[in-house]
Design a binder for this molecule. Structure first.
Ligand SMILES: Nc1nc2c(c(=O)[nH]1)N[C@H]1C(S)=C(S)[C@@H](COP(=O)(O)OP(=O)(O)OC[C@H]3O[C@@H](n4cnc5c(N)ncnc54)[C@H](O)[C@@H]3O)O[C@H]1N2
Ligand code: MOO
Length: 654
């Protein structure tokens, strides 16, 4: 058990060092924020039924009308007096004289049902005066009698049969909906039946969403150098709506104090809650939190939480309006939104706290963590042989996909330096974490996406986790995946993948992909040269910068082989993907590297073919009979899938 006093002291020391206002443990920060807020539901507004879906009932609603509004027939047949039917049989039917009206739906009866008479009535017709039962047309015959048409009843009727009495479903004045009820299609149906055209609901909290940063451009706009798309506003606005709020998107603001202050003042006048993202840590451009201290009391309550992701979170209240500055990093922003902001929106919207679901899982790999901060680690879950396995996504706070694609997260306490492989975890689930039909772990490949897309069209939901070839192989050995995508070159034999198999593992041939030297088109130092010459010259030219690959990757092994022990400038720059290599060359951070042809093409780079590498799948025998695995193998052989792979620049096996 961590000693709470030691933890607090460590956090305080960190806070002084980092000059945050007061770095608090997450629980204390949350409590301080909530204590300063009025968390009662907002006042009611009346909205038409059509606009009430997803809203929360503000005041109890009593039925304005009975349903059904009158005693009505529940079958097509005849209305009569049950007493007249006693003893009726097929052999000895009872005879009824038919009254001269037909009670279709919507017809008000004019003739009372007297002794020995019956009135034809439709399902939903008004039961006429005098009648106390309705019989089904199937239990009758009609004939022309001496005094006009007659109905012959073939079995007796009980009083009240086939009649839906007025108010039996909804009684006028009855409590229909209580405050706090979430309006779904079912509630809307009841309200309509009970005569309501509108319903009083809790006003939705208006949540102003502002993004700050000189580097931000709206999604869809071209990206000037150094700029990124504003993804926080999009995810935050959608999350506001998911939690019952009304997003008020106020756009992107530059890191400029006066303009930012004016925008926040404007937002305060229009919104119940103001959410900014970015500009809350230590940089010169981090101005969001600075303006909050001069907008009025009580001001900043928390700046800095002993939390990862989310350390620079800033919680303030101006007047009575909560103002939150979320960290700019997308995963930090959305995680702290869910933990600190969403509960406030839900309370103001009258919604109950979101139900938390958790699952037990075993940690697949050792996961280091920073001391002094509770770290929440985003994980993907996969079904192992003895329960769920949790794979940390390992993408960090700056990633957009870590939160979006995680099945859940677990906490590493502030005083722990990490969690060990095999540790039993309580994983808090995010969204609907239904296990996929097929789990593919290993090296990511664009061709794999094409195969999985074909499976998706057949209704098979697959999950692919990019952990590298060696990580995939290890997962396959532990039985944690259905397939592992690998492209491992064995330098001793010069062959791919097969030398790495272990007992219980089978190799499924995938496709070949072309590796080559990438360079900017038109660069005369590469263009038109034989690849060996290009590499030899580039490695010897001090003006040229290489971009390398991470150790353990198949591409790195290939490149090291070609370099033959040379270490040209840039060798230490070792990103983990083909895309990162291509981007570095395309943007001029480097001049050459090795990547696959497909990626070179999508970055419009020059390409000198070097070698073909084999991308295959390792299949644990224990998984071979699973229907989704069989479907995957069948998809690999399908002509349409093979054609798609070829179009992407791959050469399918076989
Ligand atoms: N010297 C220090 N540097 C940093 C610290 C620190 O304590 N000392 N804290 C780090 C931590 S932890 C986090 S989290 C980030 C958060 O910083 P800010 O809130 O100031 O965010 P920015 O610097 O504005 O942006 C960070 C990052 O996120 C991108 N970003 C910003 N807004 C958006 C958006 N709307 N959509 C997509 N991406 C966005 C931005 O471009 C940056 O890449 O600070 C660390 N630094
Ligand atoms: O706290 Mo920051 O959110 O780690 O990256």
């Amino acid at each position: 058990m961590p000693d709470p006093a030691a933890l607090l002291e460590r956090i305080r020391r960190a806070a002084r060092q980092e000059q945050f206002l007061d770095v608090l443990p997450a629980e204390a920060a949350r409590a301080r924020f909530r204590a300063a807020l009025d968390l009662r539901p907002l006042p009611a507004e009346t909205v038409p039924l059509a606009a009430s879906l997803g809203r929360v009932v503000a005041q109890g609603v009593a039925a304005l009308a009975d349903a059904p509004p009158f005693d009505r027939a529940s079958v097509d047949g005849f209305a009569l007096r049950a007493a007249d039917s006693t003893g009726a049989t097929e052999a000895a039917p009872r005879r009824f004289r038919l009254n001269a009206e037909v009670l279709a739906c919507g017809v008000a009866p004019a003739i009372a049902v007297g002794p020995g008479t019956a009135t034809a009535i439709a399902t939903g017709g008004v039961v006429p005066r005098g009648a106390d039962a309705v019989v089904m047309i199937e239990h009758t015959r009609c004939e022309e009698g001496p005094e006009g048409p007659e109905m012959l009843l073939l079995r007796p009727a009980a009083p009240g049969q086939m009649i839906g009495f007025a108010g039996s479903d909804i009684a006028r004045g009855e409590a229909l909906l209580r405050p706090g009820t979430l309006v779904t299609s079912r509630e809307i149906g009841m309200l309509a039946a009970a005569g309501h055209a509108a319903v009083p609901v809790v006003r939705k909290p208006r949540v102003a969403v502002l993004s700050t940063g000189d580097e931000l451009v709206p999604p869809g706009a071209p990206l000037p150098p150094g700029c990124i798309h504003d993804s926080n506003a999009a995810i935050l606005c959608a999350a506001v709506a998911e939690h019952g709020g009304e997003p008020l998107p106020l756009g992107i603001l530059r890191d400029e104090e006066a303009a930012l202050e004016a925008a926040v003042r404007d937002a305060l006048g229009r919104a119940d809650l103001v959410v900014l993202s970015g500009g809350t840590s230590k940089g010169a451009g981090d101005v969001s939190h600075r303006i909050l201290s001069r907008l009025g009391p009580p001001g900043i309550l928390v700046h800095g939480v002993a939390l990862k992701p989310g350390k620079p979170l800033c919680l303030a209240v101006i007047g009575t309006t909560p103002v939150v500055v979320l960290p700019g990093f997308p995963t930090s922003a959305v995680f702290t939104f869910q933990e600190f902001v969403a509960p406030v929106i839900r309370a103001l919207a009258g919604l109950p706290p979101r139900e938390e679901e958790a699952a037990a899982a075993t940690l697949a790999v050792r996961t280091p963590s920073e001391l002094g901060r509770t770290e929440y680690v985003m994980v993907s879950l996969s079904a192992g042989e003895d329960g769920l396995r949790a794979f940390p996504l390992g993408k960090g706070s700056g990633s957009v996909t870590a939160f979006a694609q995680a099945d859940g997260f677990f906490a590493i306490p502030a005083l722990d330096a990490g969690a060990e492989a095999g540790a039993l975890l309580r994983v808090r689930l995010i969204g609907t974490a239904t296990p996929p039909d097929l789990t593919v772990i290993g090296s990511h490949d664009l061709g794999l996406d094409a195969v999985l897309e074909a499976l998706a069209e057949d209704g098979i939901r697959a999950r692919s986790l990019a952990v590298g070839s060696l990580g995939g192989l290890a997962a396959a050995k532990r039985g944690e995946c259905d397939l592992a995508g690998v492209h491992l070159l064995d330098p001793a034999t010069g062959s791919y993948n097969a030398p790495f198999l272990a007992p219980g593992l089978r190799l499924v041939p995938g496709w070949r992909r072309l590796q080559g030297v990438v360079h900017r088109r038109g660069d005369a130092r590469f263009e038109g040269l034989a690849v060996e010459d290009a590499v030899r010259r580039a490695a010897a030219d001090p003006a040229l910068l290489l971009v390398n690959r991470n150790a353990g990757s198949g591409t790195r092994i290939l490149l090291d082989g070609v370099l033959g022990g040379a270490r040209p400038p840039g060798y230490a720059n070792q990103p983990k993907s083909h895309n990162a290599v291509a981007a570095a060359v395309a943007q001029g951070r480097a001049d050459w590297g090795v990547a696959i042809a497909t990626v070179a093409q999508s970055y419009a780079l020059g390409f000198l073919p070097l070698a073909e590498e084999q991308y295959d799948f390792v299949l644990p025998e224990t998984r071979a009979d699973r229907p989704a695995v069989r479907a995957f193998l069948a998809a690999l052989a399908r002509p349409a899938v093979r054609a798609r792979l070829q179009a992407l620049g791959f050469t399918p096996a076989g």
